[in-house]
Structure formats: structure tokens, C-alpha cells
Design a binder for this molecule. Structure first.
Ligand SMILES: Cc1ncc(COP(=O)(O)O)c(C=O)c1O
Length: 485
């Protein structure tokens, strides 16, 4: 079968996403009918002049979402049960099409950084590409009870608009107490703003602290969520190299308004910013009148010694906006994070937040406060730290076993991922054939991405699967990789 797919190679939308969109659209508008057989991935890859992996990832995503199904050895077919009920409606009432050129988008929309869809691991593949908590180990029964109690007991409060966007006071209070103990941050609950995940805090920083054209320094390699937020709001983003001690201070841009850093566990290299470097950064910010944004996204997971005190507590008169999240210690879908700064500024952030979404959903905030108060979060984090520590050791040991010196491991003292530089790899990985999915670190670099560098998550994968995943990598990349002992 011929599929007429037009790929726009000048677009920022990844090719894999363009293929996914085109096929999905054909399925929904019945250009492709139930049971139709799709070309083999190799065939379509040749037709479109793209790599086979690109087509396979698009097929995998469509299969995971139920649009396609594959029969081993006999091909890939359009599913007989199309998941999107809209498919029927769309077919009967085709949408009014508006010529793309007639929709004038804002400059903000033009600057949005398109985030490629996360590829789904093909059936049977080991997913070393994601660094999320292990949901199987989440204390679901206790969380369900806590939520249920709040639902039953909170009455009217739960149904109303909050007077201000700051967030549920007992939760802010619990956070102020927590950061005092664990991060050496002295603040009151009035300085804590609850946000819908760190991502909203970053967006708020961009709105409140910069004007279009202002220079902002971020880490290279670095977190795409911060790059995307600053860029969308028109910042002139300057990527500053990081070394084993964190951001290289002498390379900061003298005119910068804002410096974004991840000092506890640099994303993605895993470097912990040394105390000397922290002091150097604070001095630099003082001299240049810059504001520091400290993204402390996973400092709970430190495996040998406690994390260094937060920059916020060391900074004295230098303004720091401290950001953290419950995505790592609870789960990302909870969409609760927090931002701490000096009180007058917190109020501006809160006002800006009320313009964005009024407030973060109250039920989860209330339940989370109860969960913390009852010591359940602390217990869960303690357990997960032990579990992740074992998994981290299993991954490091497997890399050592299968690759020896051909794999250089960075950032393994903390966090939920490690960075691995392989001396050489034989070829591009094909998750369907090789049975393992990895994230290349290249997408986090703004320039000069080293070849063969991967971010490997270990927290949601069993020790056995970690070992098997690394063995599969070795098989895929041998004979250049070291043979198993
Ligand atoms: C550097 C960094 N900051 C923040 C987050 C979490 O963001 P959120 O709280 O929006 O889920 C992540 C998630 O991976 C991250 O890597």
C-alpha cells in the first residue's frame, strides 16, 4: 500500500511526530479503513527517506494508543476498534478547514519550543529512557484514604474559588518546615507559593522577571523545560557550559538578568555544584545584579551523603527564586510544586499565577498536607531512596560488567538517572529489534553534543530488567562494546 505522507523537513515538528499525525488523521477520517495493512516500517522508511527507527517509533505510538495493531510476523494493521470516538463524528461532520496562513499567531506562539512526543517502548522492550518514580511502589491505599477523608470532610471549602493563589496554608507551612530541615532554607509560609508543578514556576519566572529581549543564562546541557519557558517569553537565552562542579561561572554572560541552575543534581549531567562554585555564583550574581533561579527537582534522592545546602540559604542579599516539585517524590500527574522567594516578590508571583489558573487544585493540596503531616511522605521517600539506591547500583554494576571502561558514568551519586558516555556504539539503536529504549543526551545540548551519550533512568525498572537492558545494549552494539565477562 502507498501512503501519501508529506514530510516538512524545515518544520520544528519531529519527523516521527509528522508521520504519527498523518497516519492518525488518515485513520480518523477513514482514509485508512479498519483492518487495512500498513507498509512494513522498512518499506515506509524507504518511501519517506527517513530512518526505520523514525517510522517504528511512530507505529509504536499509534499501536500503544490503539489506532494500529501488529501481528507478529504478519504486519501492522489499522485497528478494528478506533479509540477516538471523535473519529465517527469527524467523519460525519468534517471540520471546517481554515487556511493555515489566515490564522495569525502571536510572537509567543511562534517561539514555543515543540517538545517531541515521548516514544513508547515497543512490547517487550526494556525502557531505560524514563526517570519517573516507580508507581508500583506508591502507597496507593494510604493516598486513597487520605484523599477520601478530605473529600468527605472538607465541605464547601473544596468547591470554592480561593481568595488568593498562594495555595493551601497548611501545605505551605509544611513545606517551609521541610525546607528548613532538609535544605537549610529559612522562610515563612508567606514566602511559599504553591504552583502546578515546577514547569509553572519556570513560566512564572519568565513572566515576572524578564522582558522580551532580556538575556537569560541557562545550563548547557540543560533542562528543556526551562529553555522552553524563557524562550517562549522572548528571552535571549545564553547556554553556559557545565563541568563536574556545575555551571562554569566565568562563562556567564555579563548582562544577564536571570541565571537558571540545577545545583543539587545538574540536569542531565548529574553534577553536584561544589560549595566553592556555589559561593562563586552568588558573588557573581551580586556583582552583576542578576537573579538566580534554583531548580531543586530531585534532591531527596541522594545516596551517600546529604545534599549541600540550597543556594537560597547561602545567598544572603542576592535574590534567589527556589523551585521544587512533588513530581519526583509523589508522581508527576499530581502537578504540585512550589516556589520560594522573598515576601514582596512572592506576592507578585501569586498575582501572576492567579491570572494563569486561579489556583492549583485544592483537593490534592489538602490531601498532600495531611500526607506530610502524618509522616507518610517521609516514610515513602525513605523507602524509595533505599529501593532506587539498589537499582542505581545494579545499573552501574551492569554497565561495568558489560562495557567496562567503554562506558563512562556521570552523576551516579544522586537522583533518578545517570548520564553514560559510551566510548563508541556500533549503530543507532532500534528499540523494536534490540528490545531496549534509551534517551540520547543530545536533545539537552544547545551546541556540540558529544556522540554516544545517553541519559539512563533506573528508578522504575527492576534490578533484573536493568541488567537485561544493559546486556541487550551490549548485544546490539557488539562487537565494539566489551564482551560480557
Ligand atoms: C530539571 C527538572 N526540573 C523540574 C522537573 C519537574 O517538573 P514538574 O514539577 O513540572 O513535573 C524535572 C522533571 O524531570 C526536571 O528534570
Amino acid at each position: 500500500m502507498q501512503l501519501h505522507i508529506f514530510l516538512d523537513r524545515g518544520s520544528r515538528v519531529p519527523l516521527q511526530r509528522q508521520i504519527y499525525d498523518a497516519i492518525r488523521q488518515m485513520v480518523l477520517t477513514r482514509g485508512l479503513r479498519r483492518g487495512d495493512r500498513l507498509p512494513a516500517s522498512r518499506e515506509l522508511a524507504e518511501m519517506l527517506d527517513v530512518s526505520r527507527v523514525t517510522v517504528s517509533l511512530a507505529y509504536d505510538q499509534l499501536t500503544a494508543e490503539g489506532y494500529l495493531h501488529g501481528r507478529r510476523g504478519s504486519g501492522t494493521f489499522v485497528s478494528s476498534q478506533i479509540p477516538d470516538a471523535l473519529g465517527e463524528t469527524r467523519h460525519r461532520n468534517p471540520p471546517r478547514t481554515v487556511a493555515q496562513a489566515r490564522i495569525r499567531l502571536s510572537k509567543y506562539a511562534d517561539r514555543l519550543l515543540e517538545e517531541p512526543a515521548r516514544p513508547q517502548p515497543p512490547a517487550g522492550a526494556i525502557d531505560l529512557s524514563c526517570f519517573t518514580p516507580d508507581y508500583e511502589r506508591f502507597p496507593m491505599a494510604e493516598w486513597r484514604r487520605t484523599l477520601g477523608r478530605r473529600l468527605r470532610r472538607s465541605g464547601k471549602l473544596l468547591f470554592q474559588y480561593a481568595a488568593e493563589a498562594y495555595g493551601h496554608e497548611p501545605l505551605r507551612h509544611a513545606i517551609a518546615a521541610y525546607v528548613a530541615k532538609s535544605r537549610a532554607i529559612q522562610c515563612t509560609s508567606a514566602q511559599v507559593l504553591i504552583v502546578s508543578g515546577s514547569q509553572q514556576a519556570l513560566d512564572l519566572c519568565a513572566r515576572v522577571l524578564i522582558n522580551p529581549g532580556d538575556p537569560v543564562d541557562i545550563e548547557n546541557p540543560g533542562y528543556r523545560g526551562s529553555h522552553g519557558a524563557f524562550r517562549a517569553h522572548g528571552a535571549r537565552v545564553h547556554a553556559v557550559p557545565v563541568d563536574r562542579d556545575g555551571i562554569v561561572v566565568p562563562q556567564l554572560n555579563a548582562g544577564t538578568r536571570v541565571i537558571y541552575v540545577t545545583p543539587s543534581h545538574q540536569f542531565p549531567t548529574g553534577a553536584s555544584m561544589s560549595l566553592v562554585r556555589r559561593m562563586q555564583l552568588i558573588d557573581w550574581a551580586r556583582q552583576h545584579g542578576s537573579i538566580v533561579i534554583e531548580d531543586d527537582y530531585d534532591s531527596e534522592y541522594r545516596y551517600h551523603r546529604p545534599p549541600l545546602p540550597a543556594l537560597y540559604g547561602l545567598a544572603g542579599d542576592v535574590p534567589v527564586v527556589y523551585i521544587s516539585t512533588f513530581s519526583k517524590v509523589m508522581y508527576p500527574g499530581i502537578r504540585i510544586g512550589y516556589l520560594i522567594t522573598s515576601a514582596p516578590l512572592t506576592h507578585r508571583f501569586s498575582t501572576a499565577k492567579s491570572m494563569m489558573d486561579g489556583q492549583t487544585s485544592l483537593l490534592e493540596q489538602m490531601a498532600l498536607a495531611d500526607f506530610i503531616e502524618a509522616g507518610l511522605l517521609e516514610r515513602h521517600v525513605r523507602r524509595m531512596r533505599r529501593l532506587y539506591q539498589q537499582r542505581r547500583m545494579a545499573l552501574v554494576a551492569a554497565l561495568d560488567h558489560y562495557f567496562g571502561e567503554a562506558a563512562e558514568i556521570l552523576g551516579d551519586q544522586a537522583g533518578m538517572h545517570i548520564l553514560v558516555r559510551f566510548r563508541s556504539v556500533g549503530r543507532e539503536l532500534d528499540p523494536t529489534r534490540d528490545g531496549v529504549l534509551l534517551t540520547s543526551a543530545s536533545k539537552y545540548y544547545f551546541s556540540n553534543a558529544p556522540a554516544n551519550e545517553y541519559v539512563m533512568g533506573f528508578t522504575a525498572v527492576s534490578e533484573r530488567a536493568l541488567r537485561e537492558g544493559v546486556a541487550r545494549l551490549q548485544r546490539a552494539w557488539s562487537p565494539r562494546a566489551k564482551t560480557a565477562k
